[in-house]
Design a binder for this molecule. Structure first.
Ligand SMILES: NC(=O)c1ccc[n+]([C@@H]2O[C@H](COP(=O)([O-])OP(=O)(O)OC[C@H]3O[C@@H](n4cnc5c(N)ncnc54)[C@H](OP(=O)(O)O)[C@@H]3O)[C@@H](O)[C@H]2O)c1
Length: 290
């Protein structure tokens, strides 16, 4: 039995879809399982669980063999995930597959690298079989509120010609499923990327071609970006964090294209053009099905 945490989020939702389609036994966890059930797939079991309330995790983890560990980016995320790892140990969970970030390390340059680094260290020390997945930027960011194209089909970021190795969250979920359900992945850290490195201008050209409308990338300064994000209601901590990552990407410190998705799953990761074609509605394409 697999427990999917972060089950209502981007990667967790894709993992649930794969588990459901494959008929594999799993449970989904959310802080408000009652609300999450509104979006449940047929026959899904949703359990309440909050990493901030570790005593309550024991019930969710009872009878679980493998835990998919994902927590939304936030201050204190290390403590939340360590609570989950300790509860998994109490419950006798045999395997944990954790979502992390590129170059996670306790002494990392960005806050999320340090938070994930501390959580990874606790995972390694736990004695539970572990696999760490470190994805590059999600393709889903391209239609999201902080790093995506807006309703005018414009994306303004301080990134110049910097290359991103965007990955579709479905490929992260497919890799997670392999690590959760197959042998041979214990003790491995996988850097996950899509098949190509693209600048935002190149990504805009691909989205334009697939959607048939003009999408534009505009290079701005970090301070203009900060003002944009704060005006959009993004909280201060996350704005600082996004800007830290832009610095890492600009400095070439977020890695190159990796073959890990294909090595682990036997299937090449989806290209950006495939992703856009399969998510036309999210890019505001007329007639695009969600
Ligand atoms: N976006 C990127 O480009 C990118 C790149 C590399 C790595 N990452 C990493 O990917 C992760 C985010 O993945 P995502 O986008 O799939 O997540 P998401 O859509 O933001 O969803 C976050 C999930 O975390 C859960 N969560 C938050 N606080 C929790 C708590 N106290 N206890 C239990 N669950 C909690 C939420 O559960 P509820 O349903 O209970 O609210 C939600 O399902 C982060 O660790 C981030 O660092 C992201």
């Amino acid at each position: 039995m697999i427990l999917v945490s972060g089950a209502g989020g981007t990667v967790g939702g894709e993992l649930r879809a794969l588990l459901h389609a494959g008929g594999l036994p799993y449970r989904a966890m959310a802080r408000d399982a009652h609300r999450a059930r509104q979006a449940a797939l047929a026959g899904e079991v949703w359990l309440d669980g909050d990493f901030a309330a570790p005593d309550g995790l024991d019930a969710a983890l009872g009878g679980i063999e493998s835990l998919f560990l994902l927590c939304g980016a936030q201050p204190g995320m290390d403590i939340l995930e360590i609570n989950a790892i300790e509860a998994a140990k109490r419950a006798g969970v045999g395997r944990i597959v954790k979502i992390s970030v590129p170059n996670a390390a306790e002494g990392g340059a960005a806050a999320l690298q340090r938070l994930h680094g501390r959580s990874e260290a606790a995972l390694v020390a736990s004695g539970i079989a572990w696999t760490v997945l470190r994805p590059n930027a999600f393709m889903q960011n391209l239609h999201g509120p902080t790093q995506g194209f807006d309703a005018r089909r414009i994306c303004r970021l301080p990134l110049g010609e910097v290359k991103y190795c965007f990955i579709d969250a479905r490929d992260i979920a497919t890799t997670a499923l392999a690590a959760l359900s197959e042998n041979g992945h214990a003790g491995k850290i996988y850097d996950l990327t899509g098949p190509e490195a693209l600048s935002y201008a190149e990504a805009a050209a691909i989205v334009s071609e697939v959607v048939g409308e003009t999408f534009t990338f505009v290079d701005i300064s970090p301070s203009e970006c900060r003002a944009d994000l704060l005006a959009a209601g993004i909280d201060d901590w996350f704005v600082d964090e996004i800007l830290e990552w832009f610095t890492l990407f600009r400095d070439g410190r977020v890695g190159a294209v990796s073959d890990a998705v294909e090595t682990v799953t036997g299937r090449a990761p989806r290209s950006l053009s495939d992703f856009v074609r399969q998510n036309l509605a999210q890019f505001g394409a007329p007639g695009g099905a969600a």
